[in-house]
Design a protein around this ligand. Structure first.
Ligand code: FES
Length: 142
């Protein structure tokens, strides 16, 4: 059948995000999960993976747990929530040390949590992280 191809999901979402109807725009682009549930920063310790997975200079994004972990030059680990501080989307893209939120393009340093590119203004939420029984465990700061 000739004609234009149907718009991609991203096109549809982008169009919805521009719709100036209160509440609709955020609902259309806020959650990063297809199920529509807002991602959440861990509120209790979560097990992530093996410490050997995290090499200095190569942060690891644990998408399911919404946590990014990096290793400093002294061997210590750092962890941050991978929930965007702009609108609460799950940050699903890690390019080297840069986390990219696909909702509106905010970028964060995965090793410091700092904002590299707006619209986000606040850094990522820092988490406690430790090695326990051969696994990396991250959770809220105490
Ligand atoms: S929710 Fe807007 S840039 Fe992430």
């Amino acid at each position: 059948m000739p004609g234009r191809p149907s718009p991609s999901r991203r096109t549809v979402l982008r169009g919805a995000a521009l719709t100036p109807v209160a509440g609709t725009a955020l609902a259309a682009c806020g959650p990063g999960d297809d199920e529509g549930a807002l991602p959440t920063t861990p509120t209790a310790p979560v097990e992530l993976g093996a410490p050997e997975e995290i090499a200095e200079g190569s942060p690891v994004l644990y998408r399911e747990q919404h946590v990014v972990v990096s290793r400093a030059g002294d061997g210590s680990l750092k962890a941050y929530s991978a929930v965007c501080t702009h609108g609460g989307c799950a940050i699903g893209t890690l390019e080297g040390k840069k986390l990219v939120c696909v909702c509106h393009g905010s970028e964060f340093d995965a090793t410091t949590g700092e904002v590299l590119h707006s619209p986000a203004r606040r850094p990522l939420v820092a988490l406690d992280v430790r090695e326990e029984n051969g696994r990396v465990v991250a959770g809220p700061k105490h």
